[in-house]
Design a protein around this ligand. Structure first.
Ligand code: CDP
Length: 220
C-alpha cells in the first residue's frame, strides 16, 4: 500500500462505449490527467488529409517526413500538437473524421509513430503534478500501457452505443468503424485478458465509477 503511488489506468472500448464520460468522471474525482488517444488518431488523419495524403501513400510519406508531437495541458486534458499545430475538437470530431479515421489508424507507420509519444505521457502527467493518469483508446491495456495498474474494458450493445451518438448529435457509422478497428492486423480493439470488463448499457455511470474507485482504493 502506498498513498503516494502514481496510478496508471488503461481504459479501452469501442465507439460509444462510454470511455470519455467515465474518464472525465474519474479525473474529476481523483484529479488525474486525461489522455484521449482517439483524438491523436483523428489529428494525424486530419493532418494527412490536409496534405492530400491518402492512407495508401501515408506510410512512405511518414517514413520520409516524421511528425513531431508535443503536448500542452488544457485543465486536466492533454492536447496534442503535430509539428506545432493543434486541431480543435470540432475539427476532429465530425462526420468526415468519424468516417476517415479508422483507415489511417490501421496503418502500422501511423501507430508506431504515436506509440512512443503515448508511452511518454504517464511521465508527462507525473511531472505536471498529477497523482495519476487515465488514458483511453482501443489498445491502451494491450499495447501502449501493458503494465497499467488498472485495466478497464467498456462495452455495450451496438443499439445502445448508436443511440448515445445520436443523442450527442454526432453522425457516426460506428458499426463500420468497429469492424475496421477490431479486424486490423496491428493492435486491434480487444479486451485484454487482465482487464475488468464492464457493460455500460447495464451499469449506470455512478456504478462504473464506483467499480474503478474500488480498484484505485485497493492500490493505495
Ligand atoms: O470516441 P470514439 O470511441 O467514437 O472514437 P475515438 O476514441 O475518438 O477513436 C477514433 C478512432 O481512432 C477509432 O475508431 C480507431 O480507429 C482509432 N483509435 C485507435 O485505433 N487506437 C486508439 N488507441 C484510439 C483510437
Amino acid at each position: 500500500m502506498d498513498k503516494n503511488k502514481y496510478i496508471i489506468i488503461a481504459l479501452d472500448g469501442a465507439a460509444g462505449s462510454g470511455k470519455s464520460t467515465t474518464a472525465r468522471a474519474i479525473c474529476e474525482k481523483y484529479k488525474y490527467i486525461h489522455v484521449d488517444t482517439g483524438l491523436h488518431y483523428r489529428a494525424v488523419s486530419l493532418h494527412l488529409l490536409n496534405l492530400n495524403i491518402n492512407p495508401d501513400s501515408a506510410p512512405d510519406y511518414l517514413l520520409s517526413t516524421p511528425l513531431i508531437f508535443s503536448s500542452k495541458l488544457d485543465d486536466s486534458s492533454v492536447q496534442i500538437f503535430l509539428d506545432g499545430t493543434h486541431y480543435s475538437k470540432s475539427a476532429l470530431r465530425n462526420e468526415r473524421m468519424n468516417r476517415e479515421v479508422s483507415y489511417y489508424a490501421r496503418i502500422p507507420e501511423v501507430r508506431n509513430l504515436l506509440l512512443n509519444y503515448q508511452k511518454s505521457l504517464p511521465d508527462f502527467g507525473k511531472k505536471s503534478g498529477f497523482s495519476g493518469i487515465i488514458m483511453d483508446g482501443r489498445d491502451i491495456g494491450s499495447v501502449v500501457l501493458p503494465h497499467a495498474d488498472i485495466k478497464i474494458f467498456l462495452h455495450a450493445d451496438l443499439q445502445v452505443r448508436q443511440s448515445r451518438r445520436l443523442s450527442d448529435g454526432e453522425q457516426d457509422a460506428i458499426s463500420a468503424r468497429d469492424q475496421i478497428d477490431s479486424t486490423r492486423k496491428i493492435a486491434p480493439l480487444a479486451c485484454p485478458d487482465d482487464a475488468i470488463s464492464i457493460d455500460t448499457g447495464k451499469l449506470p455511470l455512478g456504478k462504473v465509477v464506483q467499480l474503478i474507485s474500488n480498484e484505485i482504493s485497493s492500490l493505495q
